[in-house]
Design a protein around this ligand. Structure first.
Ligand code: UDH
Ligand code: MN
Length: 374
C-alpha cells in the first residue's frame, strides 16, 4: 500500500520539492532585503566601501533617484509628548573600544527601524533628529561609534536616524561637503527638525548631554571638553566634533563651505558664518562633565596651509554663494541599513573649486604639486 502511494505520487513529490525549495529561496531573499532595503539589484563590487563589503554582499543601485528612497512615517499625533526619564540616565561613562561586526551590532539593537531610525515607544517625540556622519575609510570607528552612542540616545528617549555620508575615492576628503550632503539627502527622506553633525571618531561621554537643537538663533555645540585636550576646548571658537543646527539655522548660514578639501578650517568657517548671521553658540553646562567628549585614535591627515587663504577670503557674500545652495555631488548609492542610512557620493573636486578665486586655486595647485598625494 505504502509503496503504491509513493509510486503514484512521485511526479507530485518532485513538484512539491521544487515548490518547497522555491519557498525557502523566497523566505531567505525576503529576510535579506528586509535587512538592507536596497531597491535595485545590480551587484557592484567596484569602488564600494569596505564598510559594507565586510559584512554583507552589497547590492547597488545603478540609476539612483531621490524618489527611490524610503520616506519615513510620521508619528501618531494622539500620543502624549515624550519626556526624558532623568533617572534612567547613567551620567558620564567610559567609552567601550571593542569593535564588533555590523551583524552583531544589528542584533544588539533589534528595535531599530529601516534606515537606522530609533523611535521612543508610546509617545510623540518633541524633536526628530538626523545624525549626520561624514565618512571615509573609518569602519572600525563607525562600529565603535554605533555601539557607544546608540544606547545613550535610546536612554534620552530620542527619535533619531543615523546617516553615514561616505565620499567615494577620486577626490580629497571634504568633511564640510559631506555634512551638507547629509543635510540635503536626509531632508528628502523625512522632515527632521534637528540636524546633529557628528564626526565618526567623536563620542559624547555623558548621556545627560541631550541631543537636541537650540532655539531661534542658538546653535548648539555639544562639546565643552575633549579627552586629548585635557577636557578643554583647544580654542574658544572651536565648533568641531558634534554640533546641532535646526534646518532654518543651517539654511541661514548656507551650511558648510564646499571648498575645504583636505584637513581643517571648515569648522572655523561655519563659526564665522554663525557670527555673521548674529547667531550664538550654546554649549552644555561648563562646570560639569556633561559636555565631555572622547575621540578615537587615528593617523592625522596633513594640514593644508592654503586653508587659511580660503578662510580669510570668506565674506557674507562669498558664504551666501558657497554652501548648501551651491552643492554639487552625485549620489552613487543609498542603502537603508538596519542601524543607519548609508549615502555614497562622489565629488568632482576640480568642478567644485572652479567657484573659488583663481589666486587661491593656484595656491591649491601648488600645494598639490608639492605633496603629490591623492
Ligand atoms: N573623516 C573620515 N575619513 C577621513 C577623514 C575624515 O571619515 O579620511 C571624517 C570622520 O568623521 C572624522 C572627521 O571627518 O572624524 C574629521 O576628520 P579627522 O578625524 O581626520 O580630523 P581631526 O581628528 O578633527 O583632526 C577634525 C576637526 C577639524 C578641526 C578644524 C579646526 N580648525
Ligand atoms: Mn579625528
Amino acid at each position: 500500500m505504502f509503496r503504491y502511494i509513493l509510486k503514484r505520487s512521485s511526479p507530485f513529490r518532485g513538484a512539491g520539492l521544487i515548490l518547497v525549495t522555491f519557498g525557502i529561496v523566497l523566505i531567505v531573499k525576503g529576510l535579506y532585503y528586509s535587512n538592507t532595503h536596497m531597491r535595485s539589484y545590480d551587484v557592484v563590487q567596484k569602488n564600494v566601501s569596505n564598510l559594507l563589503l565586510g559584512d554583507i554582499n552589497i547590492r547597488a543601485q545603478t540609476n539612483y533617484t531621490s524618489s527611490t528612497t524610503i520616506r519615513q512615517e510620521r508619528h501618531d499625533p494622539i500620543l502624549p509628548v515624550c519626556e526624558i526619564d532623568h533617572k534612567a540616565l547613567k551620567g558620564r561613562e567610559q567609552i567601550t573600544l571593542t569593535s564588533q561586526s555590523l551583524i552583531s551590532l544589528e542584533s544588539m539593537f533589534p528595535e531599530s527601524h529601516v534606515g537606522g531610525r530609533f523611535q521612543p515607544k508610546g509617545c510623540k517625540p518633541k524633536s526628530r533628529i538626523a545624525i549626520i556622519i561624514p565618512f571615509r575609510d573609518r569602519e572600525i570607528h563607525l562600529k565603535i561609534y554605533l555601539s557607544n552612542v546608540i544606547p545613550k540616545l535610546r536612554r534620552q528617549n530620542a527619535d533619531f536616524t543615523i546617516y553615514v555620508v561616505e565620499q567615494a575615492p577620486g577626490s580629497h576628503f571634504n568633511r564640510g561637503m559631506m555634512r551638507n550632503v547629509g543635510f540635503v539627502e536626509a531632508s528628502k527622506i523625512a522632515d527632521y527638525d534637528c540636524f546633529i553633525f557628528n564626526d565618526v571618531d567623536s563620542i559624547f561621554e555623558d548621556d545627560r548631554n541631550i541631543f537636541r537643537c537650540g532655539r531661534d538663533n542658538s546653535v548648539r555645540h555639544l562639546v565643552t571638553g575633549v579627552d586629548v585636550f585635557d577636557y578643554k576646548l583647544k580654542y574658544s571658537i572651536l565648533v568641531g566634533g558634534i554640533i546641532a543646527f535646526t534646518p532654518a539655522q543651517f539654511r541661514k548660514v548656507n551650511g558648510y563651505s564646499n571648498f575645504y578639501f583636505d584637513w581643517g578650517a571648515e569648522d572655523d568657517d561655519i563659526y564665522y558664518r554663525t557670527e555673521r548671521e548674529n547667531m550664538v553658540i550654546e554649549r552644555p553646562e561648563k562646570n560639569s562633565t556633561i559636555g565631555f567628549m572622547s575621540t578615537l585614535k587615528h593617523t592625522r591627515d596633513p594640514e593644508a596651509q592654503y586653508r587659511f587663504n580660503i578662510l580669510h577670503s570668506r565674506t557674507n557674500e562669498t558664504s551666501h554663494n558657497d554652501g548648501v545652495n551651491s552643492l554639487k555631488y552625485t549620489v552613487k548609492m543609498v542603502s537603508h541599513k538596519k542601524l543607519f542610512t548609508w549615502i555614497y557620493v562622489s565629488v568632482d573636486e576640480d568642478e567644485v573649486l572652479k567657484g573659488l578665486d583663481i589666486r587661491i586655486r593656484r595656491k591649491i595647485a601648488a600645494y598639490r604639486a608639492k605633496t603629490k598625494k591623492t
